[in-house]
Design a protein around this ligand. Sequence first.
Ligand SMILES: [Zn+2]
Length: 196
Amino acid sequence: MADYYITPNYISIPKIFRKDATGGYFETCISCECNLLEEEVDYLIEKALKPYDGLNSYSTVFEYAICWPCSEKMRMTLSQESKTNIAKYFDQHLDLEERRKQFEETPLDVERWLGTCAISQAPVSELKEFQIYGHFQGKDMIFHHYPFTLSGQVMDELIHLISNKTLDDLQNFTDQLTSGPPEFADLLKSGPRVFI
Ligand SMILES: [Zn+2]
């Protein structure tokens, strides 16, 4: 399954997955605060972006890094019903292997991988808001099923699949991340989606 361990596709972490404010690397897991650069732990970065010019110009609504074990723990907090609904949604709308084949010619071109919503195929230049996800080890970004973009619209669809109890938990998590301006309220309400 995880054949990137056999044929790794790495690049150093590109600018879009570094910290918005400083351009530096994410150094700690938002949950357990382990050191992501020194410990040999896989981790994810999620960012919510509001674009002005696709991937060239955008403002960052929120961003964080989370280690793999913590993201697994977070997935475990989803209700069984939510998990089933989300799995069904992705089964119907996204074939990650098929998607990976789309980029066989440009296996390390982050702008191509992130350039369209993985589910709706809408170009980011046409989106009002979107989220990007990446998979990292140390200072490397791994291309396999990640990275990908999900449009705000797809996020809304996903949120409707999640039970209220789970949403409350995620909202608590989001509250710790940011107190964003009101225009981002809808986006923030749906919060981080490390469970995807
Ligand atoms: Zn952690």
